[in-house]
Design a protein. Structure first.
Lengths: 113, 115
C-alpha cells in the first residue's frame, strides 16, 4: 500500500543530543514537508522540499536540519540548538501541481529528558 | 503569508449539520483553501479543498464566499466519530520557484459532536 512512513513513533533523548527522524514515502510525490505540533496547538512548518537536493526553511527552522538526497526520503535532524525540542513531529508529502493535497504520516513523538 | 482564523471550539448535536467557519481575509487570487481534521494526535486527514467555487464530496461541502475572504466547511449529518480538531489551511505559492507550495495551518476548531 502507498503511504508515508515515519519512524520511530516514540523517541526519547537527553539534552544536548542530536536526533534524526525518518520520513519515507512511496507515493512518488515530489514535495515533502515537516511540521511540528505542540500540545493543544496547530501545526507549524519547519522545512519543505520540492525536489531532490533542494529545500526551504519554513516558519520555525532554527535548530533543525534536513536533507533530500532521494525523492522518497526527507529525514529531519533535531539538533542540540533547538531549545524546546519536545513535540509531535509530522511529515507530509504532496503531488506537484495545481491542487495537490497533503498526505500525512502518523507522526513521531520526541521527548527530551 | 495568508493566515486563517477559526473559532477555538464548537459543539454540534449528533445528526445535525456542523458548520465550521474560517476567515482568510488576506488570501491571494491563486491560493487554495484546504480543510483537514485531526483525531487525537494522529496524522491530519484530508477533507476537501477549493479555490473559488463551492465544492462537495462524500465527506463534506465547502462554501467559499464570492470575495474569497472566508469559507465554511459543512458536515451534513455529524456523527460522534466526527469529533476532532478541524483545520482550515491556505496553500501559498513560493514565488521564487514555480510549482513550490507551502501549506499554512491555523490553530483549528475543536468540534465536539454530542449524543
Amino acid at each position: 500500500d502507498g503511504g508515508i512512513t515515519q519512524s520511530p513513533k516514540y523517541l526519547f533523548r537527553k539534552e544536548g543530543q542530536n536526533v534524526t527522524l525518518s520520513c519515507e514515502q512511496n507515493l512518488n510525490h515530489d514535495a515533502m514537508y515537516w511540521y511540528r505540533q505542540d500540545p493543544g496547538q496547530g501545526l507549524r512548518l519547519i522545512y519543505y522540499s520540492q525536489i531532490v537536493n533542494d529545500f526551504q526553511k519554513g516558519d520555525i527552522a532554527e535548530g533543525y536540519s534536513v536533507s533530500r538526497e532521494k525523492k522518497e526520503s526527507f529525514p529531519l535532524t533535531v539538533t542540540s540548538a533547538q531549545k524546546n525540542p519536545t513535540a509531535f513531529y509530522l511529515c507530509a508529502s504532496s503531488i506537484s501541481g495545481s491542487s495537490g493535497e497533503l498526505f500525512f504520516g502518523e507522526g513521531s513523538r520526541l521527548t527530551v529528558l | 503569508d495568508a493566515k486563517t482564523t477559526q473559532p477555538t471550539s464548537m459543539d454540534c448535536a449528533e445528526g445535525r449539520a456542523a458548520n465550521l467557519p474560517c476567515n482568510h481575509s488576506t488570501i491571494s487570487g491563486n491560493e487554495y483553501v484546504y480543510w483537514y481534521r485531526q483525531i487525537h494526535s494522529q496524522g491530519p486527514q484530508y477533507i476537501i479543498h477549493g479555490l473559488k467555487n463551492n465544492e462537495t464530496n462524500e465527506m463534506a461541502s465547502l462554501i467559499i464566499t464570492e470575495d474569497r475572504k472566508s469559507s465554511t466547511l459543512i458536515l451534513p449529518h455529524a456523527t460522534l466519530r466526527d469529533t476532532a480538531v478541524y483545520y482550515c489551511i491556505v496553500r501559498v505559492a513560493r514565488l521564487e520557484t514555480s510549482g513550490t507550495y507551502k501549506y499554512i495551518f491555523g490553530t483549528g476548531t475543536r468540534l465536539k459532536v454530542l449524543a
